[in-house]
Design a protein around this ligand. Structure first.
Ligand code: NDP
Length: 289
């Protein structure tokens, strides 16, 4: 639907960036924020400021929810199921997959048009070519809001299960934090001999930049399921390598706490007769019983 009026609930850093982008792309916007003062600059810039969530919804075709967390979303949406009817609700608040499914089930129970979203961008990226948002749940809801959503960044529909966008978000953030914490460990080690973290950042970026294409090989091997050590590094080799990293860190007076969980999995694989398998078979130890 072109020229939609969009209600934005939540004017934190992200909700504000989204509202500004919608204005820039010619959308009428109605904004609400718990702390009303944050709506003032948006009203000055051309948005309509609503005193209550219900007032914001009344004028809107599409409702973008950009609150802090799942609890704040449900606190404000649950009492307004009747008012939300006939509007497309897109929840961009970061939630877990099960929280997304729970809100989708609540919406379905009340006959609401609801889609869950996940923002793979920081506020300054919104509306730029590097902005990407993921969506999942009701396909018709996604299609109804699509013109609005595409103003925010690349829009990827992940599937009917409302938890899928959040799941991918959580998986990508997990990979990001593990990668970044690897840098912190490296910087902590190099700092012991006076090397600034800024220098280590450049070194790590160069090293990992050269190695990241290996992920495609890891992915293919995991999908093949063979864990053939001839095509990679076996568990025993990697155990020795991680063991050296742990010893080196401790030798510099740095904790090896970030590395120990991986060592634990490698030890368990070796102890159960899989020392000759490709080390990436660690993935088989991750599903919980
Ligand atoms: P901020 O901390 O800047 O803003 C939080 C917003 O939530 C404010 O509008 C705040 O209102 C509101 N809020 C918090 N608790 C409640 C409540 N109980 N009832 C009503 N409103 C409440 O966060 P962001 O704007 O950065 O993030 C918003 C969402 O976007 C989060 O889920 C975040 O994970 C997600 N996101 C953010 C990214 C980022 O880089 N910033 C990246 C990707 C996703 P008030 O002003 O009154 O405090």
């Amino acid at each position: 639907m072109p020229n939609q009026t969009v209600a934005v609930l939540g004017l934190g850093a992200m909700g504000s960036a989204i509202t500004a982008r919608l204005r820039d792309t010619g959308h009428a916007t109605v904004v609400w924020n718990r702390t009303a003062a944050k709506a003032a600059p948006h009203a000055e810039a051309g948005s309509t400021s609503a005193a209550t969530v219900a007032e914001a919804l009344a004028a809107a075709d599409t409702v973008l929810v950009v609150l802090f967390d799942h609890a704040s979303v449900r606190e404000h949406l649950d009492p307004l199921a009747a008012e939300l009817k006939g509007r497309t609700v897109v929840n961009l608040t970061t939630t877990t997959p099960d929280q997304a499914r729970s809100t989708a089930a609540w919406a379905a129970e009340h006959g609401l048009t609801y889609v869950d979203g996940a923002i793979m961008a920081t506020p300054d990226m919104i509306g730029t070519p590097v902005s990407r948002l993921l969506y999942s749940g009701d396909r018709a809801a996604y299609d109804a809001a699509r013109e609005v959503l595409e103003a925010l960044g690349a829009a990827d529909y992940e599937g009917e299960d409302a938890g899928l966008a959040s799941l991918k978000d959580m998986a990508l953030l997990t990979a990001m934090y593990q990668l970044f914490s690897g840098f912190l460990q490296a910087a902590a080690m190099m700092r012991t001999v006076g090397v600034p973290a800024a220098d280590t950042a450049g070194e790590v970026r160069g090293w990992l930049g050269a190695l990241l294409p290996h992920l495609d090989h890891f992915g293919a091997e995991i999908d093949r399921g063979g864990f053939d050590p001839a095509r990679g590094q076996d568990v025993e080799f990697t155990r020795a390598a991680i063991g050296s990293l742990i010893t080196a860190a401790r030798g510099q007076g740095v904790s090896a706490g970030l590395l120990e969980p991986l060592m634990h999995h490698l030890d368990e694989l070796a102890a159960t007769g899989r020392g000759g398998a490709d080390w990436i078979s660690v993935i088989d130890r991750l599903p919980m019983e």
